[in-house]
Design a protein around this ligand. Structure first.
Ligand code: SAH
Ligand code: SF4
Length: 427
């Protein structure tokens, strides 16, 4: 989501006449687009700000930390010129001009009422030549109140973009050579909730998927993140009915313990979760299933953690983001008793990472000798003439290729596999 936001910030600045430089040392203006989901992200950003504040530049802090820690940033880092919360980034060019011209010496804007209504500004893209994949924001904010999460505070309540605007944007992207879109939102399957009516038993999100499926240039559709609550039959059936929908799902579980799920205020239980995964596997047997898990939530004991481990095995996650619980001021969980010691979190994190490596390798091994259609992203970091791209299930595939492959689909036979990457030959 931040990557997508950075792209629109880039477009707004370009429209205001600014140019992007390719390294930080030659920049006159630096923007840190920040995240507040975990404390570590904030600490890193604060450290970086302190370092940059010594330079004579226009220094801007955008994103969730701007909203969450505005006063603290102002106090701790006097060199910051602009603090702008998530939402209406279209103002950034004017704000920078105000600082450069000396009209204003400091700008703080974290409660902008415009942000609520300015979702269409999201449609600004910066498609580069031979780029084949793009993120498309379909909603912003979140109405859930998961007890550990800062997002509803920093990003506000749910707002959905109009379906026709999203389709228009995707058509434009397709005209610019984009072949794959990834729809973004805190809970994409809540898209249009109580605002767009169900049609033939299909939710607004499913209706949106069907419409996107009709856009001629678009060959692949992905989305992140759906919530297990609201992952109904109509959405599962899309994996059968919409061939452009990729065989991949990112479904955050957070925990395998019903007790912890309840304390997290995630309104599903382990069984509900397993049933969704099973239904998805029944529909697409080779589907890649990834997740988010939090270890060390307050009160999580050894039994709870075993439940998470067994969920991992039962759901056979081949990819996972594993987070050590991080205390976020102002959330309900921050004041819960029985905070878990750091070393226990570390240990549980390591256990799950090991499990992940095993599952991921097993999943990759099953792809050996198969033929994969790979959408090529560019040169791989290492190896001469080695290129990398994504298979339909989003697995990274490396192969010897050439520059002309970039941005195109190529057929690759998988010849070997590692934990995170597959290797193959073009055929
Ligand atoms: N809306 C998405 C998640 C967005 S935040 C969803 O509900 O699935 C991305 C991930 O960060 C979450 O899934 C969660 O696993 C993690 N996360 C959020 N708050 C956290 C915290 N306080 N400590 C550790 N991880 C956290
Ligand atoms: Fe945070 Fe929960 Fe909303 Fe996801 S659903 S953004 S975890 S509050």
């Amino acid at each position: 989501m931040n990557e997508r936001d950075s792209e629109s910030i880039h477009s707004f600045l370009q429209a205001s006449g600014f140019d992007m430089v390719d390294n930080e040392t030659s920049a006159d203006v630096i923007i840190l687009n920040t995240c507040s989901v975990r404390e570590l992200a904030e600490l890193k950003a604060l450290g970086k700000l302190g370092y940059l504040a010594r330079r004579n530049i226009v220094l801007c802090v955008l994103g969730c930390m701007a909203k969450n820690l505005a006063e603290e940033i102002k106090k701790r880092v006097p060199g910051v010129d602009i603090i702008l919360g998530p939402g209406d980034y279209s103002k950034i060019g004017d704000y920078i001009e105000d600082i450069i011209s000396g009209r204003r010496t400091f700008i703080i804007d974290v409660d902008s009422p415009g942000a609520e209504n300015n979702l269409d500004m999201d449609s600004m893209h910066n498609v580069t030549q031979r780029q084949s994949s793009a993120f498309v924001s379909i909603m912003s904010g979140c109405n859930m109140r998961c007890s550990y999460c800062i997002v509803p505070k920093t990003r506000g309540t749910e707002r959905y973009r109009a379906m026709e605007d999203i389709i228009l944007e995707i058509n434009k992207l397709a005209d610019n050579g984009i072949k794959e879109v990834t729809l973004l939102g805190q809970i994409v399957n809540r898209y249009g909730f109580r605002q767009i009516e169900q049609k033939d038993g299909k939710s607004a999100f499913v209706q949106l998927l069907e419409k996107i499926h009709e856009v001629p240039g678009i060959k692949r559709i992905r989305f992140t993140s759906p919530h297990p609550v609201g992952f109904h039959r109509d959405l599962i059936d899309c994996y059968k009915n919409l061939p452009k929908l990729c065989s991949q799902v990112h479904l955050p579980a957070q925990s395998g313990s019903n007790r912890i799920l309840k304390a997290m205020r995630r309104a599903y239980n382990r069984d509900d979760f397993i049933k969704i995964v099973q239904a998805l596997r029944d529909t697409v047997p080779s589907i890649s299933v990834s997740t988010d898990l939090i270890v060390g939530f307050p009160g999580e004991n050894d039994d709870d953690f075993s439940e998470t481990c067994s969920l991992f095995d039962e759901a056979r996650f081949d990819m996972a983001f594993i987070f050590k619980y991080s205390d976020r001021r102002g959330t309900v969980a921050a004041s819960m008793p029985d905070q878990v010691p750091r070393d226990v979190k570390e240990y549980r994190n390591a256990v799950l990472l090991k499990k992940l490596a095993t599952h991921s390798k097993a999943y990759n091994d099953k792809m050996l000798n198969t033929l994969q259609m790979v959408l090529v992203e560019g040169k791989a970091r290492r190896g001469e003439n080695i290129f990398q791209g994504r298979a339909n299930n989003h697995r990274k595939v490396l192969f010897p290729g050439d520059d002309l492959d970039v941005g195109e689909f190529v057929d690759v036979r998988i010849t070997s596999s590692a934990v995170t990457t597959l290797y193959g030959e073009k055929i």
